[in-house]
Ligand binder design. Structure first.
Ligand code: ADP
Ligand code: MG
Length: 353
C-alpha cells in the first residue's frame, strides 16, 4: 500500500454536514504516513469545533480497518488548521466555461423574500422567448428555490468529462433555458446547513464548473444580503453587472441601498443595469383592472431615481405568479398580462446591457 492508495480509500468517508463531500475533497486529510505494518492518518479540522469530529475519526479508522490487512497498526489523529488552508483540493477554478457567455448578470436583493428568484426565473424564460440563449445559475446556497420554480427537482444532473477532479456539471434544459442550482446538486434540505468557505466553494462550482456552452445571458440568482459570500462570489466570477430586486416597502429599500453599494464599491465596481420593483401592487384575479398598493406606492421608482439607475419594471403581486412558482411553470411562459410584464422587463434589460 502507498499514500495514494490510502487517499483513494478515504474518498469513501463523507462529511454528513458538508453536503456529503468526502474528507479528501474537503481537504481535511492533512497527512498520510505509512510504513511496514503501520498507517497513520492526520485529519485537519477548522478552528471552530466540529461536532462530528469524533464520528469522523471513527469513520476513518473503520475505513482503514476495512481495507488494510489484519494486524496493521492504525492510528488516526487530528490537528487544528485554518479553514482557508483546508479549502477543497482538486478544485482549480478557471473561467474556461464562461468563455462563450456574453453577459453574466447577477440578480441581487438586499434581503430575502422580495421575489428575487421569481423574477430571475421569469426573466430567464422571457429572455429566452425573445430569442436569447439563456442560463440561470442558482447561487442561493441558503435557500435554493430554482428546482421547484422550474419543476426540475427530480432532474438527475449529469457530469461531463473523464477526470474526477475536473469534470463539469451539465445544466438541466427546460423551457428553453439551462438551469443549474445548488439544490439540484445537493438536495434542497442539505444546502441550508452549508456555511462559510464550503458554501462559497459550492456556489462557485455551480457557476464555474458547469458546461454552459454559448449563452447570451447567464443570470445568477445570488444569495440575499451583502455578506462574505457575495464578496467572494464577486471576486471570482466576472459579472458584467447586476439587477436589483426590491419591494416598494421602506424596510426593503434600506437593504437595496446596501445591495447597490456592494456593486458600487470601488473594488467591485460593476454597473447596476436597473431596479425591478416586485409586488408593486396587488391585483385580484377576479378584478384585473384594480390595483391595491399594499406595500406603498412607487418606493422602487423613487429609489431608482435616488440611485440614478433605471427602473426596469414593476411586477404586480398576483396569484398566478405565486402559483407558477409553486407548480414549476413560470408565468412568463404564458400570455397573460403578468407574463407580458416579464417580457417587457427582459426587453429593457437586454437594452440596458
Ligand atoms: N409578484 C409576485 N406575485 C405573487 N407572488 C410572488 C411574487 N413574487 C414572489 N412571489 C412569491 O413570494 C415568495 C417569495 O419569492 P421568492 O422569489 O422565493 O423570493 P426570494 O428569492 O427573494 O427569497 C414565493 O412564494 C413567490 O412565489
Ligand atoms: Mg430565492
Amino acid at each position: 500500500m502507498n499514500q495514494d492508495e490510502i487517499r483513494q480509500w478515504l474518498q469513501e468517508v463523507q462529511h454528513p454536514a458538508q453536503g456529503d463531500q468526502s474528507l479528501v475533497a474537503l481537504g481535511m486529510v492533512d497527512k498520510i504516513a505509512c510504513a511496514d505494518g503501520s498507517v497513520r492518518v492526520t485529519l485537519a479540522f477548522p478552528k471552530r469545533p466540529d461536532p462530528l469530529k469524533n464520528y469522523l475519526i471513527g469513520a476513518v479508522q473503520a475505513c482503514l480497518y476495512r481495507h488494510l490487512p489484519g494486524g496493521t497498526d492504525i492510528q488516526v489523529d487530528s490537528i487544528v488548521k485554518d479553514p482557508a488552508k483546508a479549502a477543497p483540493k482538486g478544485i482549480q477554478f478557471n473561467l474556461e466555461q464562461l468563455r462563450e457567455v456574453r453577459y453574466i448578470v447577477g440578480i441581487a436583493s438586499g434581503k430575502g423574500g422580495v421575489g428575487k428568484s421569481t423574477v430571475a426565473v421569469n426573466l430567464a424564460v422571457a429572455l429566452s422567448r425573445l430569442g436569447y440563449r439563456v442560463g440561470l445559475a442558482d447561487a442561493d446556497v441558503y435557500g435554493p428555490s430554482i428546482p421547484t420554480m422550474t419543476g426540475t427537482e427530480d432532474a438527475v444532473i449529469e457530469m461531463y468529462g473523464e477526470d474526477e477532479n475536473d469534470n463539469l456539471f451539465v445544466p438541466v434544459e427546460k423551457y428553453g433555458v439551462k438551469w443549474l442550482s445548488v439544490g439540484h446538486v445537493s438536495g434542497a434540505g442539505q444546502a441550508l446547513i452549508w456555511r462559510g468557505p464550503m458554501a462559497s466553494t459550492a456556489l462557485k462550482q455551480i457557476i464555474l464548473q458547469t458546461l454552459w456552452g454559448p449563452l447570451d445571458f447567464l443570470l445568477i440568482d445570488m444569495p440575499p444580503g451583502t455578506g462574505d459570500i457575495h464578496i467572494s462570489l464577486l471576486g471570482d466570477v466576472p459579472m458584467s453587472g447586476a439587477v436589483i430586486v426590491t419591494t416598494p416597502q421602506e424596510v426593503a429599500l434600506a437593504d437595496v441601498l446596501r445591495g447597490a453599494n456592494m456593486f458600487r464599491n470601488p473594488q467591485v465596481n460593476k454597473p447596476i443595469y436597473g431596479l425591478v420593483e416586485n409586488m408593486s401592487w396587488f391585483t385580484p384575479e377576479a378584478h384585473p383592472e384594480e390595483k391595491y398598493y399594499l406595500f406603498g406606492k412607487d418606493g422602487g421608482a423613487q429609489m431608482a431615481r435616488n440611485l440614478d439607475i433605471p427602473l426596469l419594471g414593476q411586477i404586480p403581486l398576483v396569484q398566478g405568479i405565486r402559483e407558477g412558482a409553486d407548480n414549476g411553470e413560470p408565468i412568463a411562459l404564458g400570455s397573460r398580462p403578468d407574463a407580458l410584464a416579464f417580457l417587457e422587463l427582459a426587453r429593457k434589460l437586454a437594452e440596458a446591457v
